[in-house]
Write a protein that binds this ligand. Sequence first.
Ligand code: ATP
Length: 416
Amino acid sequence: MQDNVTDRIIKELPKPVVGLIQTAGRAAAKSGAAIYMVGGIVRDLLLGRQSKDIDIMVEGDALDIARSMSVILANKPIVHKRFGTATFKLNDYRVDLATCRSEIYDAPGSLPKVKPGTIEQDLFRRDFTVNAMAIRISQKRFGELIDLYGGRQDLENKLIRILHEKSFIDDATRIMRSVRYEQRLDFKLESKTARLLRRDLDMLDTISGDRLRHEVILWLSETQPAKILKRAARLGVLSKLHPALSWDPRLAKAFRDANRMSIDFPPVQLYLALLVYNLDKRQLGEFLERLNIKGGELDEVARQTVSLKIDQESLDYSPLQPSEIYQKLQCYKTAAIQANCLCTPSRDVRINLKLYLDKLRFVRTRLNGRELKAMGVLPGKKMGIILDRLLTARLDGEVKTKADEQRLALQLLRDL
Ligand code: ATP
């Protein structure tokens, strides 16, 4: 007798989403295809955790079913013909339809050869038992749980377990995924899985930079990345990404403080900056190359973090004129400054960085270019100099009002 988890589905998902799933079931029945919810949504339904990503797999043509659903629901999915997938958006839920697949790994770490398959084959290609369950959503057998590998038991025992001995060899990103789920869910790696993870650590060398970067970003996008990094360090995963990466109580504190901080940029930037703070320039270059991080925001933030750390000496004075602090920091990304502020051992550096972050970076002159033009300043080099001097005066408290700025501007105009 199979478990039926219909009550879970009804309890955890909003009515319109349940309606969409039932429509998928009916559409599949019409074309004689079996259809299932799979993976993370099944895990989260059984745990009573909210999840807004719903994966549906079809033993048949997923696009065909998506087309029928689209007519019934008057909801047009986004279709990726090349991958044979369709995505319905409903409120803030995302429902993906795809065809069940079987996979063969030719070489460790390479992407597998994929062909259409059965639900059993589709579940066998998955990473962990808790992610390898399915729920039938066909009309007649709606809610039946398919649990071929003991995923439900592992959920109860709070265990992350791979499906077979070669799992980490086939795809070592699973090593990184295992730590992420373990820490997110407050689970433990099952003992044999932990042993195989340690045995297969070198398999991370077979993974491309792009795939490693993706997994690192997923780590850092979790609500508690510090837990993941700490555990990854203990297991030897972190040092496989770069031998100089490590975890220590100071970094732990920096992450805790970062959590309490309100920031106006993606937190992943700050977390990456903290992670690389202790590296020197050469080590950072190697790490960024390994993860194929180049030329984007993350690259810039990481490099600036280490450059500013090296440059901290110039901020290790008290008091410094606010305009001096501004001059030194204005070309740095906020996340890089934030990371230095959280990690620096020097009190004076911290105070100066904090002053910039909390106050100086928001300071603006009252007069703008248009108003200076009206006062007779022609746009060009001179205007640039005057605006700079006005800002310096404002930062250092030498001007308070707009009239003060006007007076200073006229004087500068005469002197320049
Ligand atoms: P979440 O989005 O909550 O992190 P998820 O389980 O939905 O969790 P995805 O990364 O969206 O995670 O992957 C969907 C499913 O695909 C997983 O549940 C898992 O079954 C499978 N999967 C993803 N990556 C791998 C992998 N590297 N090896 C095997 N199976 C994988």
